[in-house]
Structures are given as structure tokens and as C-alpha cells.
Design a binder for this molecule. Structure first.
Ligand SMILES: Cc1cc2nc3c(=O)[nH]c(=O)nc-3n(C[C@H](O)[C@H](O)[C@H](O)COP(=O)(O)O)c2cc1C
Length: 210
């Protein structure tokens, strides 16, 4: 058992690596944004989560900038109120990871990391052109969290762009067919294998495989 005291006593890198792995497999996405001078920015995020389906809302957590550094994604979202979320495939993973480096404000991670900007009609933020699943979001709520200085950003989904054959007949997405990866901690990008899918759960019988 590792109790709170033991966790606190761990070497900082060990503790961070351990705690970052605890939530298990998580989505890994690229957040595209632009500032008021139309400079684009791209950054990898693994804290994206579902907030609600109707209205369609997605949340994410942006960490505060360490002393002497900047958080371009957060600044851009607060300034323009829009951003894109593009899913990361296996082929994109290495370049997506590169976007986490501290690039200067005037250097776009699109160019520096080898991604092509895509602009969709009626949406002011750039998408990653090769991503098979792209979402356009409008800032719906921003909550600075006093517990650790992070920022909760909730966006309403304004646009969904899907590659062909991404969607099943029941409306759900086949992420495996799109080769979208799942992340663990801050350095691992996993390919996923076939899912077990089950019928809607009811108290009186075990769910059936569908
Ligand atoms: C796999 C991975 C996941 C990350 N997830 C987040 C996250 O959820 N929130 C966050 O604030 N930073 C996260 N980061 C760190 C940002 O990518 C990094 O701070 C980046 O430089 C921010 O770029 P920006 O200043 O252009 O916004 C993650 C980094 C990696 C490698």
C-alpha cells in the first residue's frame, strides 16, 4: 500500500509518473486555437472528458503556467472563445507529443510539428487536417479551480467532422477503425484492440454482447 504520506515522500518525478498513470487509458487530442492576431497554436491534451450529451458538452483541464512560462491554448480560448479538438491516430502520435514542447508564442506547433491547418466554414479555430475526428467547440464555461490553480474549460460542441466509415449504424463511432490512440500518463500512446460492446444494462439479467 502507498498511503498519502508515502506518496508525498516519493521522488517528485516518480510521484508524478505514478499519479499521472492512475486514471488509466485516456483520450489524447490536439487542441487547435488562434489568437487575436490570427497566430495558430496546437497542443496535446489528455484531460478531455464528456460533460453531457444534450446539449453536447466536453470539458478539459488546463494546468497553470509554471513561473516564467505562458499557456497559449488557455489564453487563446479565453480571447477568442473557440477552439478545435482533433483526435490523434497512431500515425500522428509522435508529432502530437512534440506539440507539448514549450514553443514560443510566435511559432505555430502546426508548422513546427508537421501538421497541416484545416479551416472549416463558419468556424474561427484551426483543425488538424489529417485527423479523422475533428470537433469545433465554443467556450461555454470557465472555472478557475482554487484547489490547485488549474482551469476547467467546458465547451459546447458546434461542429463534428468525421471521416467516411467512422460511424456505426447505431450512431456510435468506431474509434479503433480510425486507429485513434489512448494515452497513459504523459508519454504513452496505446493502440486499442477490439471492444466488447454490451446491451443497455437492466437489473434483472446480465447484459448481452452486441
Ligand atoms: C500526453 C500529454 C498530455 C497532456 N495533457 C495536458 C492537459 O490535459 N492539460 C494541460 O494543461 N497540459 C497538458 N499537457 C501539457 C501541454 O501539452 C503543454 O504544456 C503544452 O506546451 C501547452 O502548450 P500551449 O502553451 O501552446 O498551450 C499534456 C502533455 C502531454 C505530453
Amino acid at each position: 500500500m502507498i498511503d498519502k504520506q508515502a506518496l508525498h515522500s516519493l521522488d517528485k518525478r516518480q510521484r508524478t509518473a505514478l499519479v499521472n498513470s492512475l486514471p488509466g487509458f485516456k483520450p489524447v487530442v490536439l487542441v487547435g486555437s488562434v489568437n487575436d492576431d490570427r497566430r495558430t497554436n496546437l497542443c496535446v491534451i489528455n484531460s478531455c472528458f464528456h460533460v453531457g450529451a444534450d446539449p453536447a458538452l466536453m470539458g478539459m483541464i488546463i494546468r497553470p503556467a509554471p513561473e516564467g512560462t505562458e499557456r497559449h491554448t488557455l489564453e487563446n480560448i479565453l480571447a477568442t472563445k473557440t477552439y478545435s479538438v482533433s483526435a490523434v491516430t497512431r500515425a500522428m502520435a509522435q508529432r502530437a507529443h512534440h506539440t507539448s514542447a514549450r514553443f514560443d508564442r510566435d511559432q505555430s506547433e502546426f508548422d513546427a510539428c508537421g501538421f497541416v491547418e484545416q479551416w472549416h466554414e463558419n468556424f474561427p479555430a484551426p483543425y488538424v487536417s489529417e485527423s479523422p475526428l475533428q470537433l469545433g467547440l465554443r467556450l461555454a464555461e470557465h472555472l478557475p479551480l482554487s484547489i490547485n490553480g488549474t482551469h476547467l474549460i467546458i465547451g459546447s460542441i458546434e461542429q463534428i467532422h468525421l471521416s467516411k466509415n467512422a460511424q456505426r449504424a447505431d450512431g456510435s463511432l468506431n474509434l479503433q477503425a480510425m486507429d485513434i490512440v489512448a494515452g497513459v500518463g504523459l508519454d504513452a500512446y496505446h493502440s486499442v484492440s477490439t471492444a466488447q460492446r454490451f446491451s443497455y444494462a437492466k437489473p434483472d439479467k446480465p447484459p448481452e454482447l452486441i
